[in-house]
Write a protein of this length. Sequence first.
Length: 332
Amino acid sequence: MTGAPHVEHGADELCPAGTGLYERALREGRLDADEGRTAPCAVDLGLLRPAVDDLGTLEPLPPAVALQRLLRRSGERIAAERRREEWLAETFQALMGSGDGPDGEASTPTLSLLSGLERINGAIAQALVEGTREVLCIQPPNNYQTSEYARTAQAAAMVRDQQFLDRGGRIRVIYPHTQRHIPLVVARYEQLRGDAQARTMDEVTGRMIIVDRTVAFIPGDDDGNSDIALEVRHTAVVGYLVNMFDRFWRLATPMHPQTVQPPSLGGVTARQRAIARLLVEGHTDAVIADRLGMNIRTARVHIAKLAATLGSQSRAQLGYLIGQSGILDRTQ
């Protein structure tokens, strides 16, 4: 039976044709060497290799071994990219000081790459020291909020934020609903004195901090990696981010100082509506749990409760019933 045709792709990727060829080799034990030409990526990645006793045939690498090799190769690429990013950041940080404007004064870069938690936290702290009016923050789920690192970081942030509030500033933070009862989050607002406000939504964007509507800190890559950030001082870009925050703020549910519980509509909670939205988009349980800041077991419990509420007997039926129920058409 003819499988999917091979398509052009990156050197370290495996296309459906390569996957199919590897699966068939695992079932049959060996393949003719000529078949490797139909999906060269499977051979290039080392998933298929010439048999020792017959060079005219290919035998598959055991999946467990193949996975470890590919993960190690991926880790090496990531490490190399990190080293490159650090080199770029250090090199251009030094060069920025020599880019004086026409009047002889050094101009402020509108976009800076910050690598490493120490540099990122230092830049944020400096912006807060210089700030006087308002801090806007979107805080995504943190899977390490019970760790010693999280408690240490929280203590440092509390001192920094309280000093900002003492100077008459205002702090507004948006969290996902799942953070409403996290002890570290609750304790923060029990201890802060001043105009500190918090609201929650079903799902939030990556972490973002804006100080005095003049400087913003956002993730420096698509993975939301916590030790790479961009410092943005471009007026138009910061203005766009402020506008986005204000729109989210109007849609969010108050958490502090007034507490309003996200409404339950038709027996479906706000958290279950967020899960329902991701389910109909086709996401797996693991992706849903990660995006909503909960462990996968909790996500599955909510999915089961949602299914029971809507009377679903299967995953496919659940998607259909979510669409028919209209729960995603309602606003919170």
